[in-house]
Design a protein around this ligand. Structure first.
Ligand code: ADP
Ligand code: MG
Length: 648
């Protein structure tokens, strides 16, 4: 004779109670053969449910052994027990335990999803089972839309979807009216006749009378075990399982089901989900906009710098920017500029000085900035002519009294009508002839409304401003030379000439680096604040997920009873956490774009939202989901199925 289907040897189940323990089962020996229909009867508290949970592999004996088809359950891992429940057992509970957010078909499908059955096959099987149980017109009804008897039939279909060799029914008629109860018993007998092993737990002798074997237990011990007639030899049943989905497909399918469940759960608590996301939304929006603002500011400043001209090195009097005494340093002279010309890396050298003077023309009198510059100045700075010509080196050498004016000056002094070229204006008391007008351009630094007049620096020093020293020498480095090397050679020469460090040097590379560094620092700082808000948001998500696990403990128990692995439960809650965060990320990026629109309309700096920062935002928010969803998800996965089921 082969192994019996189910076999208990000396099974004890003790619950700790204070210092002592209460034994719900006291050394039970019991075998149940395949194809039997057994009723377990006893008064309330006698240990029936405890026995049932052990038979169904939801619970383990504290002592003794339980074998299923010869395999000792003591040696099985939680996931192996889950597989047994999934593939061989089918549970029917007194309170149905259907998942309220799924319809009838969805509920019946759940064990098949965990078993990795192909989607069309399991759908077809679920629908066929429901039709057979008389629920063909209730397929898409949720439990709330079904009567008790109908719900119980859905749970029978669920028990059968993976085969259901052994049906375990704990008080299946307990919550039903008489008629529905009788229908249920008739259904169980029918399944028995087809070869299913049926185990019913009941306190009702009338229900037990339907079984062919009645086991009476009292206070955790078997009182009687009697058979009504000889055991029928059950028809050999074909438990051919449904076609399995491909491994990868099965995994993707489980993930998709988990995703669907997560979406359902989220939409069931829309306001709560949104409030949970708020921290993430704000954090992501802050990070994305700050990075975009920083990048916008950086790009603006860099484009301003390139309008000054590239590859230039400026030598200025004083120790550094903002040196109070620099106005009194008079050692920067044209001879320095001449000396610098000797370097072979020099493309051009432009001495300059500037001061304000009154500009007069006929009856117009305005204050203008008089810039004394070299002939190369316009090319180095990238000025373009609207009219006339720039002065040349020759004009600089002969201290020509000629001026180039900008478009502002043109407008202010000459108005629209007169042709300025060839007109003589007075700078202070010195008459100069206008020879050129520059095109309008956006001022990089300084006052955009200032009137600019350029004259040869020699003319400025000797005739107009009357000063012997320069305020700046701009060296343009020829292409192909490293600005850094050029700078250090310039510094050495200037030190030799002045025998003191009474000057300082800036080059556009340095400015660019400074700008980069400054925006990087700013971005880092604000990002740090945003990270804090993201962490706070993440803690909010964790908190809500813990609440959600607690709220849905019974659902988790049901899922475990029908064969969900710990990893399935974990996956479901992790996906939910990630989804909340990811959605928060999407809304956050959306908010950043809204801020961008507002800033673009009212602000002077354009935000530059890059694809990279959007990708980073999504990466970041999913990472938060994983990080802060992990704890609640693990908490859910580690729940004890029996305790979870008992929770209301
Ligand atoms: P029945 O289903 O026959 O009414 P149970 O199997 O539910 O009885 O319970 C049997 C005994 O075990 C009862 O005395 C009950 O108080 C005890 N018991 C059941 N579950 C627990 C538990 N989780 N912790 C402590 N005691 C329990
Ligand atoms: Mg019970």
């Amino acid at each position: 004779m082969g192994e019996p289907l189910l076999r208990l040897d000396g099974v004890w189940r003790e619950y700790p109670s204070g210092d002592q323990s209460i034994a719900a089962l006291k050394g039970l020996d019991l075998t149940i053969e395949a194809g039997e229909m057994v009723a377990i009867v006893g008064v309330s508290g006698s240990g029936k449910s405890t026995l049932m949970n052990i038979l169904g592999c939801l619970d383990r004996p504290t002592r003794g052994s339980y074998r299923v088809a010869g395999h000792d359950t003591r040696e099985m891992s939680p996931d192996q027990l889950a597989e047994l429940r999934r593939e061989h057992f089918g549970f029917i509970f007194q309170r149905y335990h259907l998942l309220s957010i799924l319809d009838a078909v969805g509920n019946v499908e759940v064990p098949a999803v965990y078993a990795g059955r192909a989607r069309p096959a399991r759908r077809e099987r679920a629908v066929a089972l429901l039709r057979r149980l008389g629920l063909g017109d209730r397929l898409d009804h949720t439990p709330a839309q079904l009567s008790g008897g109908q719900q119980q039939r859905v749970s029978v279909a669920r028990a059968l979807v993976n085969g259901g060799r052994v049906i375990l029914a704990d008080e299946p008629t307990g919550a039903l009216d008489r008629k529905s109860g009788e229908d249920m018993l008739a259904l169980l007998k029918e399944l028995h006749a087809e070869g299913h092993t049926i185990i019913i737990v009941t306190h009702d002798a009338a229900v037990a009378a339907h079984a062919e074997r009645i086991i009476e237990i009292s206070d955790g011990e078997i009182l009687a075990d009697r058979r009504e007639g000889a055991p029928r030899s059950a028809p050999e049943q074909d438990f051919a399982p449904l076609a399995d989905g491909h491994d990868w497909h099965a995994f993707a399918d489980r993930a998709r089901e988990a995703l669907r469940m997560a979406l359902l759960a989220m939409s069931a608590h829309r306001l709560r989900t949104f409030l949970t996301m708020l921290g993430i939304i704000i954090g992501i929006a802050a990070v994305v906009s700050v990075v975009a603002l920083g990048e916008g500011a950086r790009q603006k400043i860099l484009s301003d710098i390139s309008s000054i001209g590239t590859n230039t090195i400026d030598i200025l009097p004083g120790k550094d920017f903002g040196d109070m005494r620099s106005g009194r340093v008079r050692t920067l002279v044209p001879r320095d500029a001449e000396a610098l010309r000797q370097f072979d890396f020099v493309d051009s050298v432009t001495p300059s000085l500037a001061s304000s003077r009154t500009l007069r023309y006929r009856n117009v009198s305005v204050t203008a900035t008089i810039n004394g510059v070299g002939a190369e100045y316009f090319r180095v700075r990238g000025y373009e002519l609207a009219d006339g010509a720039f002065f040349a080196d020759r004009d600089v050498q002969r201290r020509a009294q000629e001026a180039v004016i900008d478009d502002n000056t043109l407008k202010q002094v000459f108005g629209d009508e007169a042709d300025p070229i060839g007109q003589v204006i007075l700078l202070g008391d010195v008459p100069v002839r206008v020879i050129g007008v520059t095109k309008k351009r956006v001022a990089a630094f300084g006052n955009p409304d200032a009137l600019q007049v350029w004259i040869p620096y020699t003319t400025a020093m000797n005739r107009v401003l009357g000063q012997t020293y320069l305020q700046r020498i701009t060296v343009r480095v020829a292409d192909g030379y490293a600005t850094k090397d050029a700078e250090s050679q310039i510094v050495q020469m200037m030190l030799k000439r002045h025998r003191a460090k009474d000057f300082f040097v800036i080059n556009t590379d340095t400015i660019r680096q400074t700008v980069d560094k400054t925006t990087a620092t700013m971005t880092l700082l604000v990002s740090a604040i945003a990270v804090i808000s993201l962490v706070v948001g993440g803690i909010g998500v964790m908190n809500i997920m813990l609440v959600s696990v607690t709220e849905r403990t019974r659902e988790i128990g049901v899922r475990m009873a029908v064969g969900a692995r710990q990893s399935d439960i974990m996956q479901q809650f992790l996906i939910e956490a990630i989804l909340v965060c990811l959605l928060g990320g999407v809304l956050g990026v959306g908010l950043a774009f809204a801020i961008d629109a507002v800033v673009g309309r009212f602000g002077s700096v354009k935000m530059v939202i890059s694809a990279g920062s959007i990708a980073a935002a999504f990466g970041c928010s999913s990472a938060i989901g994983v990080a802060f969803g992990f704890l609640p998800a693990r908490h859910a996965a580690r729940l004890d199925p029996v305790e979870a089921l008992a929770r209301e």
